[in-house]
Design a protein around this ligand. Structure first.
Ligand code: PFF
Length: 433
């Protein structure tokens, strides 16, 4: 559940619909689904397996499967690269999560009659961004200081079903509204001529890897926390399925909502005729949807943005856990202290991004998610496919799944990770360049 908590977050509800809107709708959805199951899931299994075998942070775990000094150095570069990637992601993720929190404070303030506060919290200002980002980072640091296992699983277990139920209720409402049909069509009816567009492909790849938190050392660490009694193959499949389903549902809510908003007079097309996208999408369309629900919309908006903030929190803690567990295990520093220091360091980076938000937010996001994550995930696949002994992989997989040797998974996955994953990721890159 903690791994699912890491996977499900702003990437599903904010990233996926935003990317879908800016990459032409259904064609993106199709490519995303294919890449999520055919590339991200096998890579996800590779990371979980490395972690459970190594029982340690990404660098140490990768070094345990290394066979010589060169591999060991390579392991350091890959593992540490993932940790840096996680820190970079957290630096911009905290800003967006702060916005989610501010949108939860807005209906709350309105319920209390504090209209001025309500207006202030949804107004794009330096002070608002800094305040809410700091608040979010504080919560992340607070939880990580105590350790992952305790609180997080409980939170994820209760809140994830709630999020799914709320999404389904909202979708049922939206599709009855005027304009929704057009939105459903844009979301579900792909224009096949677009599926090989370089930009679409690289965005879908980045989005699939971002959504499963790959290439960041996070799933290696979470793998190391999974008991040897668990069946990793089904566990990984379940997390992937939950993650993809929530993204799909979020798209089913947000894309039709855009067209409903348009029918109500909200501008959803940019000057050049393309759909508005970028960070403003969710924050324009959803509040207008909640407003259209009358007074109940206030409560629905409150519930939605609280759930989103919590979903963001179960992801951000996984990002901070990466660097923290590395520092604790490799340098024997005290967990609480190092959590605070690293957390503050990342917040300083967030503050720099906030001060230059117009260009730095996108830059850091693209660098870390479209380039960093797929490259590091690809290198992890290379580790599993080309460096790790096949027998050792099987022994590890057999723990919690003694029939794995005869499964379809074992017949396909090893060579798939060895040849197909690295090649396919490389091709998408080459194509997009
Ligand atoms: N998977 C998270 C989401 O979809 O919101 C984002 C994420 C979490 C990315 C953890 C990277 C990471 F290490």
């Amino acid at each position: 559940m903690a791994a699912a908590g890491s996977a499900v977050g702003l990437g599903n509800i904010w990233g996926f619909p935003t990317q879908t809107a800016s990459n032409g709708g259904a064609a993106f959805v199709l490519v995303y689904l294919v890449l999520a199951f055919c590339l991200a899931y096998p890579a996800f299994m590779a990371e979980l397996l490395i972690g459970r075998y190594g029982q340690a942070n990404a660098v140490t775990s990768l070094q345990k499967i290394s066979r010589n000094l060169f591999h060991q150095r390579f392991a350091f570069v890959v593992g540490f690269g993932g940790i840096v990637c996680a820190a970079l992601i957290l630096s911009f993720y905290g800003i967006l999560a702060g916005w989610m929190m501010s949108y939860a404070v807005e209906p709350f303030s309105r319920l209390l009659g504090l209209q001025a506060t309500a207006d202030w919290v949804v107004n794009q200002s330096l002070a608002r961004n800094l305040l809410f980002c700091a608040l979010f980072m504080f919560l992340t640091i607070f939880i990580i200081r105590r350790g992952v296992e305790e609180g997080i699983e409980k939170w994820s277990k209760r809140l994830m079903p709630l999020l799914i139920v709320l999404l389904i209720i909202l979708i049922s409402y939206v599709i009855t509204l005027e304009g929704a049909q057009e939105g459903l069509n844009a979301y579900l009816n792909p224009d096949f001529s677009r599926v090989l567009e370089p930009n679409l492909l690289i965005s879908a790849l980045g989005q699939a890897f971002f959504s499963l938190s790959l290439g960041t050392s996070v799933m290696v660490i979470y793998g190391s926390y999974i008991s040897k009694k668990e069946n990793l193959v089904t566990l990984g499949a379940q997390v992937t399925l939950i993650d993809v389903s929530i993204a799909f549902l979020a798209g089913l809510l947000i894309i039709p909502s855009m067209y409903v908003a348009q029918a109500q007079g909200v501008a959803i097309f940019a000057a050049d005729g393309s759909l508005i996208s970028g960070s403003s999408l969710v924050f324009t369309v959803l509040p207008s949807l909640f407003n259209s629900m009358g007074s109940i919309g206030l409560y629905v908006g409150l519930a939605f943005f609280i759930l989103m903030s919590v979903a963001a929190l179960t992801s951000s803690i996984s990002m901070l856990e990466g660097p923290v567990s590395y520092a604790v295990e490799r340098h024997q520093v005290e967990r609480k202290k190092v959590t605070t220091y690293i957390g503050i360091g990342i917040f300083i980076l967030s503050a720099i991004i906030i001060a230059n938000i117009s260009f730095m937010l996108d830059f850091v996001a693209v660098l870390a998610t479209q380039y960093g994550q797929p490259i590091i995930a690809m290198l992890c696949c290379i580790f599993v496919g080309w460096i790790w002994f096949r027998n050792d992989i099987l022994t590890e997989l057999k723990q919690g799944n003694d029939m794995v040797e005869h499964s379809l998974f074992w017949k396909i996955w090893p060579w798939y990770t060895k040849f197909v994953c690295p090649t396919a990721i490389a091709i998408v890159f080459w194509h997009s360049l």
